[in-house]
Design a protein around this ligand. Sequence first.
Ligand code: C2E
Ligand code: CA
Ligand code: CA
Ligand code: CA
Length: 278
Amino acid sequence: ENDAGYAFFNKVMENKLQREDLIEKEIRAAITENDTSKIYLEYQPQVDLKSNKITGFEALARMRTKKLGFVSPMEFIDVAEKKQLIVPLGNFILTQASEFIRDLTDKGFKDIKVAVNVSGIQLLRYDFTDTIMKIISDTGIEPSSLELEITESVLLGNYNMINEKLKNLRNHQIEIALDDFGTGYSSFARLIELNIDTLKIDRYFINNISIKDSGDIITGDIISMAHKLGLKVVAEGVEVPEQKNYLMGHHCDRMQGYLFSKPLSKEKALKMLFNQNK
Ligand code: C2E
Ligand code: CA
Ligand code: CA
Ligand code: CA
């Protein structure tokens, strides 16, 4: 019995490690071959709640290979962090996003912002700001069209150092959004001195709107307190009209979610912009 249990456990572990190795190899290959068919970005619109117009996009990483099929970003970002590939992968992603911004500008969409998720490991690198500024100048984009999404977990234990870095990035006109707000340990007291521009309210709170009364109360309070601190507010995971109505009623600035659009290929994202400006 026990032996069989062990054998089974070992087999599961072996499969998991083999899959991680394979994902690692594919990430390496994508980066070294500059292969944007393996790892590429999709762009989910962010919409101004007053005008109902697209103000920007969140870039979301995608991985698809012949051997593995579709691999979720949760899984391959995790492997990249574990295998010390998140810095080169992050640069590959930042470069693709900047090239998309270049494309938008060339086509006349100058005020559209693109938000890129950055991992704490990237942000902790001493040369992070220099690397970003190099990508920005290589692609010839305005730093103000780039927004970085960070999560509160990176602040744990590194608060002062990270906050200095955020200040420096903002001095370079790069905007900072705090992602998944409400799921971690950040308090409003902390937010007062944190160098960010935007708060993204986690999907969890949006989900609770019109399902649980508590979700309603909390979400409205987060929006008004964020505004008092001079922050813009984005609601994530907006799926149904009731949520949108609630958010409009509470003066939330922007929304993002399946109600308006799923993440799109860059071609489709561009098409959507052209259509709204017709
Ligand atoms: P996230 O940054 O919180 O991204 C939002 C996730 O919610 C995305 O999942 C998006 O597709 C999904 N989503 C958008 N609208 C809706 C909606 O209305 N309903 C529901 N249920 N979901 C919605 P995705 O693309 O699978 O990404 C998952 C996570 O992977 C991201 O969460 C982020 O933490 C990470 N990730 C994705 N791309 C990158 C990247 O380029 N770099 C890093 N470091 N992490 C990334
Ligand atoms: Ca995000
Ligand atoms: Ca989020
Ligand atoms: Ca999330």
